[in-house]
Design a protein around this ligand. Sequence first.
Ligand SMILES: [Zn+2]
Length: 324
Amino acid sequence: MPRLRFAWLVLLPMLALAAAPARAWDHRGHQAIGSIADRLIAGTPAAARVRELLAGDLQTASVWADCARAVAATPDGWRYANAGSQAACAPFETADGRSGLVDFVARNERHRSWHYTDISIAQPRYDAALPGARPADLVQAIGAALAVLQGGRSPPPFDIAGAREALRLLAHFVGDLHQPLHVGSIYLGDAGQPIDPTTAQQAAAQANAGGNLITLDGRNLHATWDDTPDALSSALASSAGLARARQVPPTAGPLDRWPAAWADDTLAAARQAFDGLQFEPRAGAGWPARADETGYRQRREALQQAQLVKAGARLAQVLAALWP
Ligand SMILES: [Zn+2]
């Protein structure tokens, strides 16, 4: 399902025609991140606490927040509508698992909007007051999960029920926070020129839904960044991937600043992600773009891999900080 926000509902029929599925790293990408973190914390108190809370590992839990997208409103209430269609969601399709997903969505109907923020790449850093940031955006969602994991309550509008749900969300959202197009946005004027919106209204009018409304050589740009090729995820599952993750520097400063600090770092990655693209004037719902295809793909895959490694390493860092 494409990344949605309420104001885009009118565009859905067009998106459905133009866009491949896009869900902020595909399941393989999230599982690769979870697997790196599982291996980095192996044998530590954090690993014991993770096992106790999840009765499983981070690799499996990392996709739970995307599986929740399959909970749909029906005349009889919320229903999990996806059984059997996604192998990665199968561990959550027991009766208990399905009711956990349904219960989460019933408490948090707007959960889809937690998976991203839309900070202009013209800005130097994430700030909750910027156009494109929201009280329930990705950075704030990670903060809410951390509040619960530290023994507190989730601040509204989040309603996170307990440490297991919070850890499932954290394992997913630290991944999303490292997908460049889930953090940084190139806002475009109608002539295809980059702009830096000064108001939330201007940001909404010129938004491209994290690249979902940009087509690069006919493909949804957001989807090309979510997609992690087999070769890439299997490289991360190897000992070489683990060795790279061990080289990611520790995050400085107090824990509650980490989500914003990581967002700043991903904003820099997003500037690279949009570098080398030429945009044409707005046509219908979106903007066509062009690039040197081979060069852009090579740079994209290198940056995707670096970001997946960082996400796995930082997920491990935050768990080690929570449960030293
Ligand atoms: Zn996501």
